[in-house]
Ligand binder design. Structure first.
Ligand SMILES: Cc1cc2nc3c(=O)[nH]c(=O)nc-3n(C[C@H](O)[C@H](O)[C@H](O)COP(=O)(O)OP(=O)(O)OC[C@H]3O[C@@H](n4cnc5c(N)ncnc54)[C@H](O)[C@@H]3O)c2cc1C
Length: 307
């Protein structure tokens, strides 16, 4: 879509890097699918994010914040508006306060693997469950990412964000509402940083737990194919993957998309999948599971863009 020349001049001047036009989202999503985003913007500081967002608000351009795009698929028609990637916000610091407490501050683009690695090096415990989750802090906090019985809400101390009015804001844990795979936020808010409250732990125990989790992931999750992690939220009493397996859908294929043979709740891109293939597969799974079990599966992955 063509944008007003005035707007393009203004936004181009707001960031150090280049704004990409008609950027294929298949290049960015871990699933490897998605049509072009009109604009793909990668601010390099919190201040650049704030300026960009205010400009997008001013010109009423729709936008969506993204991190590593590991929980997100984009329809084949692409995204009309601006994809604002926070990946270049990479600052991280550690502060020790009082006996046995450690706080890690990270900007939105810091990967969970960097946080886990830093916490391990500092002998701080609490982040081990994030080992192997490929997201960024921004996406993971927004999704309240979790695994092996823990969620980010258990270690969050505060979240810095730009609110729906374009203003910098900070909220402490007590003022944040987390749900299963969701942090309740106003539409248009963008997380720019988070602080994690960790505890002093034993070096060898932290390393052992991280190693154990990475091995479990390697044995259970499909490696080598594009995917976006768990496609569906787990219903209360039974994992979605087991239900999908039990109704006989493991291995089912539509076009280049397949229900992983290794894990029923993963859809993999065999190489040439379109987003439409994936959406069809999601539809088939949802309908079959509801028909055979009465359970209505709800997608965990976020789906954006035009058909
Ligand atoms: C192999 C694999 C394994 C996975 N395992 C797990 C797991 O065990 N547990 C788990 O919970 N998830 C898992 N995931 C899913 C995913 O990695 C996590 O949800 C991750 O934390 C998302 O981070 P991201 O940076 O990729 O977010 P993105 O995919 O970029 O975005 C996800 C959502 O968050 C929003 N968002 C992104 N950044 C911001 C921001 N700065 N401010 C506001 N909103 C934002 C986006 O608009 C989108 O709605 C897995 C994925 C893969 C591919």
């Amino acid at each position: 879509m063509a944008y007003d020349g005035e707007f393009m001049k203004e936004i181009d001047g707001l960031i150090s890097g280049k704004i990409r036009r008609n950027e294929s989202m298949a290049r960015h999503t871990s699933m490897g699918v998605g049509g072009p985003a009109d604009l793909f913007i990668e601010p390099e500081s919190v201040d650049e994010v704030r300026k960009v967002i205010n400009c997008l608000f001013e010109y009423a351009i729709p936008f969506i914040p993204v991190g590593n795009c590991t929980n997100l698929i984009v329809r084949d028609g692409g995204y009309r508006g601006a994809v604002v990637s926070l990946r270049r916000l990479e600052a991280m610091t550690v502060e020790r306060k009082g006996e046995g407490n450690g706080f890690i501050y990270g900007e939105a683009g810091v990967s969970l693997s960097r946080i886990v690695e830093r916490a391990t090096r500092e002998s701080l415990t609490g982040m081990e469950f994030c080992a192997g989750i490929p997201g960024s802090i921004g996406g993971a906090v927004r999704m309240n990412a979790g695994a092996y019985g823990s969620e980010l809400k258990d270690v969050i101390s505060e979240v810095g964000f730009i609110d729906e009015n374009g203003m910098m804001n900070t909220k402490h844990r007590a003022d944040l509402t987390f749900e299963y795979r969701n942090l309740v936020m106003k539409e248009g808010s963008i997380i720019v940083s988070a602080v994690f409250h960790l505890k002093k732990g034993r070096d060898e125990e932290i390393r052992r737990r991280v190693g154990e989790i990475i091995s479990m992931r390697k044995s259970k999750h499909p490696m080598g194919y594009g995917n976006a992690g768990s496609v569906f939220k787990n219903p209360k009493d039974i994992p979605a993957g087991r239900i999908i397996d039990e109704v006989g859908l493991k291995g089912m294929r539509i076009g280049g998309a397949q229900v992983s043979e290794q894990h029923g709740n993963f859809i993999v891109n065999l190489g040439d999948a379109t987003c439409m293939d994936i959406l069809h597969l999601i539809e088939v799974i949802t309908a079959r599971v509801e028909k055979e079990t009465g359970i209505v599966l709800e997608p965990e992955i976020k789906i954006i863009g035009d058909l």
